[in-house]
Design a protein around this ligand. Structure first.
Ligand code: 3HC
Length: 312
């Protein structure tokens, strides 16, 4: 069958809400777009462990430490699900890791900011995982089967991440004036980078039109960002924190919050590698990869030995 026939039939399947599975025919560009997005999503999960890992040894109580440990371990698992989902498209784990370590693949801009106080653990859970949930709930309906199924499992764990973060800030906002100020400072530093997580405005998005046609994305970047703002502002008010946007105002007519301009120059700079922590994050990933080389070698040697034993 000529490719044009395949493409027509493929789009009919997408339009009929049929999931695409690894062995199905798919356009090369569909496969490429998924490998790009899923592998970068996986990189984001793994790099995202670093800012929070920074506070595991400094958590204010054993209770908080165990919660943070559980969350960071969850993120590692999310990364593994997503690398496995990407592998079903024909790319190897090694190739994806090489792309990240050589700076040829992106990860979410949000993880290039420093975590300066314990309140940042609250802001990350509440805002970063809160934003991730809105994006990832949408992705549970993505057209590629393995990706949508990975999202279902991940979203269940994200809800715990978001709640524990919000609870940290709720506790601090009810604490001493210094604790409340620490919570407000974290919101001030994480609010705008969290809005940037959803990607550029739809009009500047290079992938959105095609991604929506293939139902990889089901909603545009701007719509998801607006949903996040509409949901999160009342939560900030409930714990007595002020969103750092002087232009934020409820619009009775649209039933949404109007909000100020996002600094896209900052966004472009961060994804170009000039964010506050880009170099530190990649250096940490490269060191972990080097330090783990002996583990990979031992596991491979053991697997080969087992395979030889089985074959004999
Ligand atoms: N950080 C880094 N790069 C970003 C970005 C961000 N926040 N937003 C967009 N970009 C990049 C895109 O990757 C693309 O570059 P590329 O062609 O080199 O890949 C370029 O900017 C243009 O953006 P588009 O909007 O056209 O790209 P997409 O259609 O891919 O949309 C996206 C961007 C919405 C981030 C989409 O890729 C997506 O939904 N990805 C899956 C979700 C994800 O990766 N979330 C990251 C956070 S994971 C997380 O927070 C885990 C939590 O548990 C802590």
């Amino acid at each position: 069958m000529p490719d044009s026939q395949h493409e027509k039939r493929f789009q009919e399947r997408i339009d009929a809400e049929q999931k695409v599975e690894p062995r199905d025919w798919m356009p090369d560009d569909y496969r490429k777009m998924l490998v790009r997005q899923i592998s970068q999503h996986a990189h984001s999960e793994v790099v995202g462990m670093l800012p929070e890992g920074n506070w595991i040894t400094r958590a204010p109580s054993l209770h908080r430490k165990t919660i943070l440990l559980a969350k960071v371990q969850d993120e590692a698992g999310h990364g593994l699900y997503l690398y496995s989902a990407a592998e079903t498209l024909g790319i190897s784990r090694e190739e994806m890791i090489d792309q990240l370590l050589e700076g040829r693949a992106k990860y979410s801009s949000i993880f290039n900011y420093p975590t300066l106080t314990w309140a940042d653990m609250g802001a990350i859970g509440w805002l970063v995982d809160g934003a991730a949930i809105i994006n990832q709930v949408m992705l549970t309906r993505t057209s590629y089967g393995p990706y949508s199924r990975a999202m279902v499992r991940i979203c269940k764990e994200e809800s715990f991440h978001q709640r524990q973060g919000y609870q940290i800030l709720m506790t601090l906002s009810k604490g001493t004036p210094e604790q409340k100020a620490m919570a407000q400072d974290a919101l001030d530093r994480w609010w705008w980078p969290a809005l940037m997580m959803f990607g550029p405005s739809d009009k500047d998005s290079v992938h959105s039109v095609q991604s929506m046609k293939w139902k990889i994305k089901r909603q545009g970047n701007d719509e998801l960002r607006q949903t996040f703002i509409d949901r999160t502002v009342p939560q900030a008010e409930f714990i007595g924190l002020k969103v750092p946007d002087p232009d934020l105002k409820w619009n009775e007519k649209t039933q949404h919050y109007d909000f100020g301009k996002i600094d896209w120059e900052e966004f472009r700079n961060v994804i170009k590698g000039n964010g506050p922590c880009n170099r530190e994050r990649l250096a940490a990933r490269r060191k972990a990869h080097e330090d783990g080389a002996w583990v990979r070698a031992a596991a491979l040697a053991h697997a080969e030995k087992q395979a030889k034993k089985k074959a004999a």
